[in-house]
Design a protein around this ligand. Structure first.
Ligand code: ACO
Length: 337
C-alpha cells in the first residue's frame, strides 16, 4: 500500500533572543511569572526585513538536505501559518519563489496551532491517493510583529515566538502491519463555537459588517490577539488527551507502545497534565517551549527536528503527535519514524 514517509525534517529560528526579563521592560510581567505559569524562558524574534517566507525557506532547505532531495522534486507545498506575510496571496507561493520551483501546487492553511497536523493530513491524503509523490509541509510564524507590546498585551504577548519547521513527505510502498517507516494516521477536529475565545478580530472583511479597516489607529486592540486563557487551557487539557487516544486506537496501540510524544507547545503545564494523565515518563515527552515559546504552526516540526538533532528521535520509533489551538482546532498523528 502507498503511504507517506517522513524523508526529512528541518527547523529555523531567527538569531535574536528575547528573554522574559527583556519583556518585563515593556510590560508589567516578570521572569518568575512567565516561567511558573508557562515554562517559557525565552523566545526568538525576527529583525529587519525578515519575512515569514524567509523562515519557512531556511527550515525547508534543512528538510530538503536531510531528505537528500532537490527542491524541484516537490509536487506540492502545504504552508501552515496564522501570521502570513500578506493578506493574499498566501505565503506558500512566496516560499515557492524562493525555492525556485514555480509550477508545482501550493496550498495555504489557517488552522493555527493545529496547522502542521492539518498539513500532514493533507500531504498524506494526496500521497495515499497517488496524486503526488513528494510534499513539503511547512509551519512558520512571525508573531513578534503582530503582538501587543504595550502593557495591555501581557496576557498574550509573553507566550509567542517566531520560528519555522518543515517536513518532506514522500510516497513509499509499505506492507500492512509491517514496521516500515510511515505516517500511520492523522485525526482532525475543530469547533467554531469557540472561534472568538482566541482570535484577532481585525482587519478582516467580517469586521462588524462595516469597513475593512475600522480605524487607522494601529494601537487599537482589535488588531491584536485576544485570548480567554482559562477556557483555552481547559479545552486543551481535554482535547489533547482525546486526540492522542484517537491516534493510538486507530493503530491498536497503547500508551506504553509509544517511544516519543511530540505535543504542541502552548504551555508546559498543559503538556505536563497530559503526561501525568497517561503516566508517561518524562523522557518520552519532548518539549521546546522553554527556548522558543509558542511558535504555533511551527512547534511540531521544530520538535521533530530538535528531537532528531538531540538523538531522541530515531528510525523505527513510534511517535505520537498532538496539537490544540485557536478555532478551536485540534488533531493528532501517529508516525513510525
Ligand atoms: N505577567 C504577569 N502577570 C500576568 C501575566 C503576565 N504576562 N498575564 C496575566 N497575568 C496575571 C493576570 O492578570 C492575573 O492577575 P489577577 O489574579 O490579579 O487577576 C494572574 O496573572 C493570573 O492569571 P491567570 O489567567 O489565572 O493565569 P493562568 O495560570 O491561567 O495562565 C495562561 C495564563 C498562561 C495564558 C494560561 O491560561 C494558558 O496557557 N492558556 C492556554 C494557552 C493556549 O493553550 N493557547 C492555545 C494555543 S495558541 C494558538 O492557537 C494561536
Amino acid at each position: 500500500m502507498i503511504r507517506a514517509k517522513f524523508l526529512g525534517v528541518g527547523m529555523y529560528v531567527p538569531p535574536k533572543v528575547v528573554t522574559n526579563d527583556d519583556l518585563s521592560t515593556l510590560m508589567d510581567t516578570s521572569d518568575e511569572w512567565i516561567r511558573q505559569r508557562t515554562g517559557i524562558e525565552q523566545r526568538h524574534w525576527v529583525e529587519g526585513k525578515t519575512t515569514n517566507a524567509d523562515l519557512g525557506f531556511e527550515a525547508s532547505k534543512m528538510a530538503l538536505s536531510k531528505a537528500g532531495i532537490e527542491a524541484k522534486e516537490i509536487d506540492l507545498i502545504v504552508y501552515a501559518t496564522l501570521s502570513s506575510d500578506h493578506d493574499f496571496p498566501g505565503t506558500g507561493v512566496f516560499l515557492q519563489k524562493k525555492l525556485g520551483i514555480g509550477g508545482c501546487a501550493t496550498i495555504d492553511i489557517r488552522q493555527q496551532c493545529t496547522g502542521f497536523v492539518y498539513g500532514l493530513s493533507i500531504a498524506d491524503q494526496f500521497i495515499r491517493s497517488g496524486m503526488y509523490k513528494k510534499v513539503l509541509v511547512v509551519g512558520s510564524e512571525v508573531h513578534s510583529r503582530g503582538l501587543d507590546r504595550s502593557p495591555r498585551g501581557r496576557e498574550v504577548s509573553v507566550l509567542f515566538g517566531d520560528g519555522a519547521g518543515a517536513a518532506i513527505l514522500g510516497a513509499v510502498d509499505v506492507k500492512d502491519g509491517s514496521k516500515d517507516s510511515y505516517l500511520c494516521s492523522t485525526h482532525l477536529h475543530s469547533d467554531g463555537n469557540f472561534a472568538e475565545e482566541l482570535w484577532v478580530a481585525g482587519p478582516g472583511m467580517g469586521f462588524g459588517g462595516e469597513t475593512r479597516f475600522p480605524t487607522a489607529d494601529v494601537s487599537d486592540e482589535v488588531y491584536y490577539p485576544k485570548m480567554n486563557g482559562k477556557t483555552v487551557f481547559l479545552h486543551a487539557c481535554k482535547r489533547m488527551p482525546e486526540a492522542v487516544m484517537e491516534a493510538l486506537n486507530a493503530s491498536e496501540k497503547k500508551i506504553e507502545d509509544i517511544d516519543l510524544f511530540i505535543f504542541h507547545q502552548a504551555n508546559l503545564r498543559i503538556n505536563d497534565m497530559v503526561a501525568k494523565q497517561f503516566s508517561i515518563p518524562e523522557h518520552k515527552v519532548f518539549n521546546t517551549i522553554q527556548k522558543y515559546a509558542n511558535t504555533t504552526a511551527a512547534t511540531i516540526p521544530i520538535g521533530l527536528a530538535e528531537a532528531e538533532r538531540a538523538g531522541k528521535l530515531k528510525p523505527g520509533m513510534l511517535v505520537a503527535i498532538a496539537a490544540f489551538g485557536s478555532g478551536f482546532t485540534w488533531g493528532s498523528a501517529l508516525v513510525r519514524w
